[in-house]
Design a protein. Structure first.
Length: 491
């Protein structure tokens, strides 16, 4: 059993895609560092990174309409979509680097080519999808986007959705063939296996219960949930990548940068099927438009999923509310997270998001018939007996201070780090997993400024477009897109 005086270079809290990505990068950048990974559950990547706890879309902003808002003049804001797409290119390049170096043996264990499609219903929906596509193709990142409102073509692209639909229906869809489905659980486990092979210690069933400043970093209190024994580890750097569990640990650290943050938990459910005749008639991830007042993570979508070599269809999500911060969390998570420094933020968020709370509570009590009615907008003929309801993971959206509103609710991710760079925590949700590599690049630059310059050549080898804009360099975009598609076996 480790002693209280044990010292390590890095402690990673949580075993999902964030910690596993950072662990793999640090293993290559600084192979002499001693790394510890602590996971509360009995198996790694079992919370948010588990394939059934997320949609596995491989978010590249190809089909998610909330990343491309349209103003009253018909202008589509592409800034967020372009940023996320560039970040997903970083992920693809890093994964390709790991395949080339034998770290990831077979990319088909975690990534598969699946077209990404956006779907607009009615005249207004069709006009938006068409306008969106016309503006997006001007950006090299999205130049291959196709559009159709022809019923025959729609039935060819998406037979389960459009084959046999009645006459007179108006719909518009856009398609990007380069989309993917990603099993982030499988990817996380492969990365952690590599990190362990290189000397890191990955310990499941170990819960970090406290964080205290030490003379050269952090004193991390760890409880072995099997033996019930507690020990302490002195770490020079700590990353809190515990998903919904990150906020309570950030608060325990006491760093001033963490003050004012709150968490708004959102739960979700999906309908899933593996019925062959349905799976065979749909090969795409199709994202529709969100209902009024619905959070971004509740945009309806019908997805092809590949998990453990088997194909499924997933429809949802059906949002809901639970005060838990983790799927395996406690009902006291939300109330126990309230502090004097974040209460004003949380109250202001609650005041400005009454419609959202009403929507979530309505989803909680929604009937089975209401759930299948929502699916009917995608699949005209639905047999409830073909589908099963599954519970997805918890998402904890960021509530943070705002100089004008007092507090705002964010639907992205937020990296919070101490001024001295000795600790960092990742808060928030989508599109986190798909942009994990870019998030970790930002963390490395922020928390390790002295080492970062010497790491740069290796980082450029890992992610060749790091420091460049692919939207402004079409030749490099083409070269790297072909490289990653070939290496990851997407063509």
């Amino acid at each position: 059993m480790p002693s209280a005086q044990e010292k390590v270079d890095v402690v990673l809290i949580g075993s999902g895609i964030m910690s596993s990505t950072l662990g793999a990068m640090l293993t290559e950048l600084q192979p002499d560092w001693e790394i510890r990974v602590y996971e509360k559950l009995d198996y790694v990547a079992k919370e948010s990174s588990d394939p059934w706890n997320n949609a596995g879309t491989g978010h590249a902003a190809l089909c998610e309409l909330n990343y491309t808002p349209e103003d009253e003049n018909g202008h589509i804001d592409l800034a967020k979509a372009s940023e996320i797409n560039e970040q997903f290119h970083h992920s693809r390049q890093y994964w390709s680097h790991l395949v080339d170096n034998g770290v990831l043996a077979d990319p088909r264990n975690f990534i598969h080519p699946v077209p990404h499609i956006s779907y607009g219903r009615g005249e207004k929906g069709r006009a938006y999808i068409k306008n969106r596509r016309e503006q997006m193709v001007r950006n090299p990142l999205f130049s291959d986007m196709e559009f159709t409102d022809d019923p025959a073509t729609q039935a060819e692209w998406l037979p389960l959705m459009f084959d046999g639909r009645g006459p007179g229906q108006v719909n518009g869809i856009s398609r990007m063939q380069i989309g993917t489905d990603v099993d982030f659980g499988s990817l996380s486990r492969q990365l952690l296996s590599h990190v362990a092979d290189k000397g890191a210690s990955v310990r499941t069933g170990h819960q970090v219960t406290d964080l205290e400043r030490s003379s050269d970093g952090w004193l991390v209190t760890v409880k072995d949930l099997l033996s019930r024994e507690t020990h302490k580890v002195n770490a020079k750097f700590v990353f809190v990548g515990a998903g919904g569990g990150a906020l309570p640990l950030l608060q325990k650290s006491g760093i001033p940068e963490g003050r004012g943050y709150g968490g708004f938990p959102v739960s979700g459910m999906f309908l899933r099927t593996s019925k062959q005749e349905l799976v065979d008639r749909h090969h795409a991830k199709v994202y529709g438009q969100a209902s009024f007042g619905a959070p971004a993570m509740s945009v309806p979508h019908l997805d092809t999923r590949v998990v453990d070599g088997k194909n499924y269809l997933l429809f949802g999500p059906y949002a809901g509310f639970s005060p838990k911060f983790l799927k395996g969390g406690r009902f006291t998570d939300l109330p126990f997270s309230v502090r004097g420094n974040n209460l004003p933020t949380m109250l202001n968020v609650a005041k400005d998001n009454v419609d959202l709370v009403t929507y979530l509570l309505g989803e909680v009590v929604a009937s089975k018939s209401a759930r299948y009615a929502a699916m009917n907008e995608f699949i005209p003929e639905v047999n409830p007996a073909d589908w099963e309801l599954i519970h997805a993971g918890q998402r904890v959206q960021v509530m943070k201070r705002d100089p004008k509103k007092g507090g705002v609710l964010g639907f992205g991710t937020e990296l919070v780090s101490s001024a001295d760079g000795s600790i960092a925590a990742l808060l928030g949700a989508s599109p986190g997993a798909s942009t994990a590599v870019s998030i970790m690049l930002n963390l490395l630059k922020t928390c390790f400024p002295r080492q970062y310059e010497t790491w740069t050549p290796t980082l450029k080898d890992m992610i060749p477009s790091h420091g460049y804009s692919l939207a402004e360099d079409e030749a490099l975009l083409k070269e790297l897109s072909e490289y990653t598609a070939r290496t990851l076996q997407l063509i």
